[in-house]
Each structure stands twice: as C-alpha cells, then as structure tokens.
Design a protein. Structure first.
Length: 196
C-alpha cells in the first residue's frame, strides 16, 4: 500500500515549480490530488488573494485529508517605498490563504481524527533580504501560525508542519542562484549548510 493510498490532498500553487512536483509525488504515493492555482493546468483555477472566497473553495473541494499550501508570490519593493496594495496582495496569497485553508480544513480533519497540513515557508522567514519586506513578513507569519495550528490541532490527530526549503530553481527564483548577491548573502555567510 502506498503512503497516501485512499487520501485526498489539496495542493495550492500546483501549476508549476515546487507545488507541481509535490502534487505529482502525492499522486505517485496513491493520493487523489486537487491542484489549485491562479494559472491554467490545475484542477481548479482560483486566485488565493481572494480570501473572502476561501470558504467557497473549501466547499468545492470537499473533504481533504492532506493540505499542502505552496502558492506564493513576491513583488520586490523597498521598505521605504511600500505600496499598500501590493503588500496586501502578497500577504493575502502567502499568509492569509494558507492560514484560512488550514483553519477551515483543519476543523474538519480534527472532527475525523486525521489530517496532515504542510505549509511551504521560506528561508526568508528567518533571514530578511532587501526589497522583500512583504514576502519576509508573510513567511515569518506563516511559521508562527503553523506553530499555533500544531498546538491546537495536534491532540485531534492532525499533524501540522512548515517546511522552509531554501532556494529551489523555479520560475520565481529566476537567475537568483547565479548572482553575486546570492553567493554573498547565503553561501559565504553560511545560511545554506551545504554551501553548494
């Protein structure tokens, strides 16, 4: 029997990058997967910035055993030039949506006595970077929220974790891994243990 045989998983950000890889792996492990993304190529096209519509998304998806929140956005801006609309959109996608999904789906998981919630955070949750204020705040907040969800849902059979994978070569990272900035900030300052 595969690890997730008979389980239903919801994966956000499933159209590409880390989200797509996770959705594919979940299917390999026997799960039925509902992929959600703002882009085409998933089961449900949905803008996670529309947090008022999260309850409707939860109803549409139905019972979920595994929630994996991967979707994330970043729009570089200097802190002293903060654009409130862009800031709020980043917070909505990266923080509000995963928390609301975990709240709503976690309640049903707790009632059934089983669930797994995984939120993809970032090294930015611990280490800030220039022009990343909103992104950094959203990822740090998601880590904090994960701790509270774990405390509240754990006694009811729901395992809640956050995973900060560091830098992964995706469309969002672009050529960042090849830059002098990346080598100085992350490699030379030993923020990446393997330093490769």
């Amino acid at each position: 029997m595969s690890l997730l045989e008979g389980r239903h998983a919801l994966v956000t950000g499933a159209a590409n990058g880390i989200g797509r890889a996770i959705a594919e792996r979940f299917r390999t492990e026997g799960a039925s997967v509902t992929g959600v993304d703002i882009e085409d190529g998933t089961d449900i096209r949905f803008d996670l910035a529309d947090t008022a519509a999260i309850d409707g998304l939860v109803e549409r998806v139905g019972p979920v055993d595994v929630l994996c929140s991967v979707a994330g956005i970043n729009e570089p801006m200097w802190a002293v030039e903060l654009d409130l609309a862009r800031y709020r959109r980043i917070m909505a996608v990266n923080l509000d949506a995963p928390i609301m999904l975990a709240s709503r789906l976690g309640r049903a998981m707790a009632e059934r006595g089983y669930g797994r919630i995984l939120s993809i955070t970032s090294i930015h949750g611990l280490h800030g970077a220039e022009e990343c204020l909103a992104y950094d705040v959203s990822k740090a907040g998601l880590e904090g929220g994960t701790r509270t969800l774990a405390i509240e849902l754990g006694p009811h059979g729901v395992l809640v974790n956050a995973l900060a994978p560091g830098f992964v070569r995706t469309r969002m990272s672009g050529d960042e891994l090849e830059s002098d900035w990346f080598r100085t900030i992350y490699v030379e300052n030993r923020r990446l243990p393997l330093r490769t």
